[in-house]
Write a protein that binds this ligand. Sequence first.
Ligand SMILES: [Zn+2]
Length: 198
Amino acid sequence: MKKGKAKVKWDDLCIPKDKGGLGIKRMKYWNVALMATHVWRILNNKESLWLLMREKLKTQDRIKEWEISNQTLLCPLCNLCADSQSHLFFACAYSHDVWKKAKQLINIDVQGNDWLQISNFLASGPINNSNFIVAKLMFAGSVYFIWQERNSRLFKGRKRTVDRLFEDIYATVRLKLLSVRFKESSQTKLLKIAWKLN
Ligand SMILES: [Zn+2]
């Protein structure tokens, strides 16, 4: 065992506490919880995600320069268009389908056609309005998971379908909603029913 680091076997984490483990039933949920926190931070700190994405895309621009053949790198989500930031989030057919699904769970008319317009619109909405909270989370979740899916395809060769990706977005947003203390109102009552929060 290395000095200074308490080693816990991966399997022990999942063993119930009374049997000597740390009581985390399934690591999958642990990861979703971390992701939910991360997604919530995105909208409050949108510039950092923006910069992060730019860095990732820059990496690919560099790869492009190294390529001997002058082939354009295609977007890993649709394999049809050149890989670029502007294409990825709203022009890409894959992302478009993800966003379309997300919009079905949003009760406000989201204004804007790109990342900046939409995030500005959502950031200017009433902070405590539950419909805006859902919209922000769905938007941040969609952007984050689309970005993650692109990198996972590009660097790990792992693919998820739109439906599968959306399940992850939904689970993450729902988990975050469970931790929000909503004021009692007819609007939040409906929201709790729609998202099965009770
Ligand atoms: Zn694409």
